[in-house]
Write a protein that binds this ligand. Structure first.
Ligand code: BDR
Ligand code: CA
Length: 340
């Protein structure tokens, strides 16, 4: 399966890349970045480092849009760490960084050369997807499938009371993207993995202990009582060390925000959906719109569940998955990459 991942790496974006890297059937033709969790440039360096440790050093990583379409760029070091991957120390993988614009250099050439074959997975703000749709309005027909992590439907937000981070970061891009798909046949609509579903998938430290056991290294010292910042992980597996040092920070972030000592792994779920992991996923085709105004509802995503607006669907919105299956897929991915 050909796939382009558009990311703002980011701890859960890193898990998404690990999942993709572990799948022998995924031809990861390129990665592009956007500004969200961290800057697009930093996200590119992070993505290249993760892919190198996950055995895919040859995947080209393109630095994408540094700015949202209209609003000012924002990043969230409090959620993902100063450089985007918690306290992980990264190898230099700058050899994988590709110069130039990912829309004209990667997305459009790939989509046009392989019509109907390339899945687009977007786990950051929708800036690059909006720009690509402006440049190539046939994109919904050229892509095999578009899968997005973003939005929150009939559920609280994680940035403002009703706004999810990716939609909040670039609300104009999100609004443009859904408008571009409105009225297309169901199989052409983007599949959206919103917060109300991704938040059901909770990664707990015991899962990392289980991985440690399976790959034959010491279990990491993680938990609410573990010292902060804690010593860097030295298990002997560079990939597992990166995940532990990133996730330790992410567990602490969630604990400090009342979620418990666990991690919500939004982008991992979107990657699993994109590659067709058997998750018992269900989705509903709905009209989706996005609030672009400034103020307390900026970036709020609205799904017209009762068809009150009488408008055609603009997305397929994920409604259910099996959270245990989602965690299981990550375990399999990390174990397989760590024992190759
Ligand atoms: C989304 O925001 C980011 O912090 C995560 O990487 C994910 O893509 C969840 O709201
Ligand atoms: Ca992300």
């Amino acid at each position: 399966m050909r796939l382009i991942a558009d990311v703002d790496t980011g701890i859960d974006d890193a898990l998404a890349l690990v999942l993709l890297a572990a799948r022998p059937d995924v031809d990861l033709v390129g990665v592009s970045t956007t500004t969200g969790n961290t800057t697009a440039a930093r996200a590119a360096r992070n993505s290249a480092a993760v892919l190198a440790l996950a055995g895919r050093p040859g995947v080209p990583v393109w630095t994408g849009s540094g700015r949202p379409l209209v609003v000012e760029p924002e990043t969230t070091p409090q959620t993902h760490g100063d450089e985007g991957l918690g306290r992980a120390a990264l190898p230099d993988a700058s050899g994988a960084l590709h110069p130039g614009d990912p829309i004209t250099g990667l997305w459009l050439p790939q989509l046009r050369a392989h019509p109907g074959e390339t899945t687009l997975l977007v786990t950051g703000p929708l800036t690059n997807l909006a720009l690509a749709l402006r440049a190539e309005p046939r994109l919904p027909r050229l892509a095999r499938r578009v899968v997005i992590m973003g939005g929150s439907f009939n559920h609280p937000g994680n940035t403002l009371p009703t706004s999810e981070w990716n939609a909040w970061c670039d609300p104009h891009a999100a609004a443009e993207v859904y408008a571009a798909f409105e009225g297309l046949p169901a199989e052409r609509l983007p599949l959206v993995c919103p917060l109300n579903v991704t938040e059901t998938v909770e990664l707990r430290p015991g899962v990392l202990d289980g991985i440690a056991g399976r790959i034959g290294v010491d279990a990491p010292h993680l938990g609410p009582d573990a010292p902060r910042p804690g010593a860097p992980s030295r298990t002997g597996s560079a990939l597992f060390d990166l995940l532990i040092d990133a996730l330790r920070f992410y567990f602490e972030f969630h604990a400090d925000h009342g979620c418990g000592y666990l991690a919500q792994v939004h982008d991992l779920l979107a990657a699993e959906v994109a590659v067709g992991e058997p998750l018992g996923a269900r989705a509903e085709a709905l009209w989706v719109g996005v609030e672009t105004g400034a103020g307390i509802t900026r970036g709020t995503t609205v799904a017209d569940v009762r068809r009150l607006l009488g408008r055609a669907p603009s997305a397929r919105v994920l409604t259910d998955v099996d959270p245990a299956a989602a965690i299981d897929a990550l375990v399999r991915a990390v174990v397989s990459l760590s024992t190759r």
